[in-house]
Design a protein around this ligand. Sequence first.
Ligand code: ATP
Length: 234
Amino acid sequence: MLKVENVSASYGELIVLHDVSLEVKEGEFISLVGANGAGKTSLMKVISGLLKLRAGKITLDGIDLSALAPHEVVKLGIIQVPEGRQLFSRMRVEENILLGGEIYHTPSELNASFERVYRLFPILEERKKQIAGTLSGGEQQMLAIARGLMANPRILLLDEPSIGLAPLLLADVFKVLQRLNREGVTILLAEQNVRYSLMVSSRGYVLERGHIILSGESKQLLNNEMINEAFIGR
Ligand code: ATP
């Protein structure tokens, strides 16, 4: 479905991705793990068209994304939930969700999507009139994911949804992601929380200073000595 082949990218002269390749198949839940500054966000940006490639190729079902503008990538169903959520904090919960639903042409399509999102996140329905900035961190993260889902993604790119969350909320967010995936949403999850993200995903890639240094089944990566030493056993 999504193929990243030998991609390099830079900010000016600073190269942050070196010859990166990865693949996400329909229905998969893939983790992209690595430390601060490894290049996870940059890779997400390259896929979404927010950062231009220096070299390599990115395709969705064979369609070349490299030359597309970010809004054209969105139209193909690649939806990014950005790090830091980027909600409209002074607007109500339901207004934030609505902003993700620009693609709908009829009220009934829009309503069906609202219903789906509220079924997945009952807390957001309870709080739909509340100002988004007053939600808890975990609820705000749910809201950011809900807004992304309104765009009916073929593939959801999640950038560090665990950031700033207390351990209990963190478990909730990962559970929701697992459920979304079981319902058929394809997920690429960038995370610093290596243990959790490998526990919920099926395969993973490890990024270090812009290079993919390891990839495989998440279960195997969880048992990998190097990963345990570098990320988990600390
Ligand atoms: P984090 O977990 O801290 O978000 P990350 O793995 O997502 O890290 P990136 O944000 O992709 O990493 O950053 C990769 C490298 O690119 C870092 O060295 C960072 O300093 C640099 N970088 C990121 N954004 C920019 C920018 N807009 N201009 C210049 N350099 C940048």
